[in-house]
Design a protein around this ligand. Structure first.
Ligand code: M6R
Length: 365
């Protein structure tokens, strides 16, 4: 079942070009059509006045990424909430804000209960993005998009995450089209970019030997800090979660602009700092944040792309993906952080597929 791979997590990381191509199949053939989200989408989506995303763990980070796309492409307000917090908060509901739950398993209790609570508060419509067809959350939703990642066995979410991002990207484009912000030419360009996505993911996977070489440096560490900004801040969060989940190294993620407001105090020569720094509109800001780290003796491990210009030096190590892929860049940059966590865990000899204390599907509170 594992083929040439040592663990399900490694296999699932490498399945991502196919999982994404499969998830994209309907999209790329027909363009961004409403029926992709279910037969009631045509009745519901035109009336949506905002989006509320509810999810847990890695699925929550997919939601955080989507907020940037949804607000930029559709102009609709979007908030993203940790399901286990939302369900116990006296929240304010706007009935015309679409509830979007994201869940690989479709069975996460907190997400399911948050969905029920949102309905009780008056939200009219619910859309589920899910990877498992016969599951509870899609059954309780009006609209559904099934990702086609295939079975995910490793406890750490990998291919489920990147296919969720593809689905959320499609939703963002659709909402943008609906609101007249994305025209035919933009749509054609976005479809073209999506067509190239599995190839770009493969290029990122090809960086594995370089990432493995870094992993030995992390194996002896007790802590790590992950930084990103804008669209790449959720990828920093995901990188930190992957690392703590499977290697048991304490890791934290911050939006790089927050460094001076506290976490910079942690930085010294013992602290590895992973930075997600592709050539987006915030790169210059990220570079000055990196200088703040370097000035305190912190060692920087930077995931960048060919277009992000900065110098490698003693304390600054850089691995580059071959090209910048615009707004799809967070999907590509999910790969190196997954590979880093995987190889650090291998070096530390932990149980990669079944990390201690964790279950694949969290059906209890
Ligand atoms: O099945 P779900 O997407 O609802 O699961 C949510 C989280 O439990 C899950 O993403 C968890 O954080 C993963 N183990 C992360 O790798």
């Amino acid at each position: 079942e594992l083929g040439p791979y040592s663990h399900f997590m490694q296999k699932e990381i490498h399945e991502q070009p196919k999982a994404i191509a499969d998830t994209l199949e309907a999209l790329v053939d027909a363009g961004f059509q409403m029926h992709l989200f279910g037969h009631k989408a045509g009745e519901i989506l035109p009336h949506v006045r905002g989006v509320k995303i509810l999810a847990c763990g890695t699925s929550y980070y997919a939601g955080l990424t989507a907020r940037y796309w949804i607000e930029a492409m559709s102009g609709l307000p979007c908030d993203v909430e940790i399901a286990s917090e939302y369900r116990y908060r006296a929240a304010c509901a706007d009935p015309e804000h679409l509830v979007v739950t994201i869940s690989q398993s479709g069975e996460t209790l907190d997400t399911m209960e948050a969905l029920k609570y949102a309905r009780e508060l008056g939200h009219r419509w619910a859309l589920s993005i899910c990877n498992v067809r016969e599951s509870a959350i899609p059954r309780a939703s009006d609209l559904v998009f099934f990702t086609r990642a295939g079975a995910e066995i490793g406890v750490a979410s990998t291919k489920a995450f990147t296919t969720q991002l593809v689905a959320l990207f499609a939703l963002s484009v659709l909402l943008g089209k609906q609101r007249g912000r994305i025209g035919a030419a933009d749509e054609a360009r976005l479809i073209d970019e999506l067509r190239h996505l599995p190839g770009s993911i493969q290029h990122a996977l090809n960086l594995e030997p370089q990432i493995k070489a870094w992993s030995e440096r992390f194996a002896a560490k007790n802590d790590a800090l992950f930084l990103g900004r804008g669209l790449h801040y959720p990828i920093a969060l995901e990188g930190a979660l992957k690392l703590k989940e499977i290697s048991y190294i304490h890791a934290e993620a911050y939006p790089a602009g927050e460094l001076k407001h506290g976490p910079l105090a942690l930085v010294d020569e013992k602290m590895p700092v992973v930075v997600i720094a592709p050539n987006d509109s915030l790169l210059e800001k990220v570079k000055s944040n990196m200088q703040e780290v370097a000035a305190r003796g912190g060692e920087l491990f930077v995931f960048a792309d060919l277009d992000s210009h900065f110098e490698e030096s003693d304390g600054v190590h850089v691995i580059r993906t071959p090209r910048h892929v615009g707004v799809l860049s967070p999907i590509v940059h999910a790969i190196p952080v997954q590979l880093l966590a995987y190889h650090v865990a291998l070096a530390r000899g932990t149980d990669v597929d079944k990390p201690r204390n964790l279950a694949k599907s969290v059906t209890v509170e």
